[in-house]
Design a protein around this ligand. Structure first.
Ligand SMILES: [Zn+2]
Length: 360
């Protein structure tokens, strides 16, 4: 198997032109069986849905009545939300979603297109491109990186956004959120924009490229391909969501380019990470790093709510013996939401206040 970097301008990781609706009877009743599957917004419309920009209170007046004025959201409280076209219903939560998009193949079809639209928005708005980091076996492992990623070999800091395990792909935090909360909240848009604002180069990795049980392999190949010699001294900042935290720490224990990455890690924000400190027991530098001020664990509020405990967003979690045996002295704060899928969005200011403390 050869690992390499190759560019691809395609926003999607399959060829929509060649697919047809094989499973039409299980999908929306709107779809004609002979219809070729269209991609992007047209494909979504074929299924009876579309994204519409919904202004926040502050920007309601800025939204003109003509469609072209309303083509993009204005701030991050403004949102691009999914609508069921025929009924004019905005998809606002899982119950509404299930009413219009049932679990199973309908959900798979709609969520796949919604995710592609979210990736496309991220790619266009941040001037990113897809690169293939490794090809072979179960398919290509790709990443979303800066347009000029392969020609830059300077000391520009790097921001890595790593998606957790599940359906979400590069640049997307949660497919569920893309459907029920909109493209801004379900994608990494906010975090990537903040990184770019600070002059970072950015890369969104895709641990789900090799399927459900291929997360570690996909991340391993991604990091090894990305950190070839050439950017040896670039400071690295990471936001690792959920299982990505486990993959990252395992890579830092065993991965081929761990020696290049660990000394340059300036800050790592873990959101509900699955790692365990004892994995690093044999590696004093990593063991110490994972408990240092350069790491932050953002924990969803479920445990606090179920125990009736206190602590607002960003407040330090008083860890118990079990937590300390798993994560050591890792600084842990409450996210401000009990929703695992929403926490990268809800805790966005906590996360960037933390990164800012470590920007030199
Ligand atoms: Zn707004």
């Amino acid at each position: 198997m050869g690992c390499f970097l190759s560019s691809s301008s395609s926003a999607v990781n399959h060829d929509p032109e060649r697919e047809v609706y094989a499973d039409n009877e299980k999908g929306s009743s709107e779809i004609a069986p002979e219809l070729e599957r269209r991609s992007g917004a047209a494909g979504l419309l074929d299924m009876g849905f579309e994204y519409r920009p919904i202004p926040c209170e502050k920007h309601t007046d800025n939204f003109g009545s003509s469609r072209s004025d309303r083509s993009a959201a204005i701030c991050y409280e403004c949102a691009t939300r999914l609508f069921h076209v025929e009924s004019g219903t905005m998809i606002t939560d899982d119950a509404v979603r299930k009413k219009y998009i049932s679990d199973g193949s309908a959900f798979d079809d709609v969520s796949r297109v919604c995710q592609e639209l979210a990736q496309d928005r991220v790619r266009r708005e941040l001037s990113l491109k897809f690169v293939t980091l490794c090809d072979g076996g179960k398919g290509p492992v790709r990443a979303l990186v800066d347009d000029d990623w392969d020609v830059v070999s300077d000391r520009r800091p790097i921001f890595l956004f790593i998606t957790g395990r599940g359906k979400s792909r590069a640049g997307v935090v949660s497919v569920r959120e893309v459907l029920v909360s909109g493209i801004e909240r379900g994608s990494a848009l906010f975090h990537l924009r903040e990184a770019k604002r600070r002059g970072f180069s950015v890369a969104c990795l895709d641990p789900n490229a090799l399927g459900e049980n291929g997360g570690m392999a996909a991340l391993e190949r991604s990091l090894t391909a990305l950190f070839r010699p050439g950017r040896d001294n670039a400071p690295i900042y990471v936001l690792a969501h959920s299982a990505a935290g486990g993959f990252l720490v395992r890579y830092l224990v065993l991965g081929a380019t761990r020696g290049r990455i660990l000394p340059n890690l300036r800050a790592v924000a873990f959101t509900d990470s699955t790692h365990r400190l004892p994995w690093a027991r044999e590696d004093p530098a990593l063991f110490s790093f994972l408990q240092s001020p350069r790491c932050l664990y953002v924990r969803n509020d479920t445990a606090r709510e179920s125990s009736g405990g206190t602590g607002g967003p960003g407040e330090v979690v008083r860890s118990d013996v079990w937590w300390r045996s798993r994560f050591g002295e890792l600084r842990t704060v409450w996210a401000g939401t009990a929703s695992h899928s929403a926490m990268c969005w809800v805790a966005r200011e906590i996360i960037w206040n933390f990164f800012d403390q470590h920007i030199s």
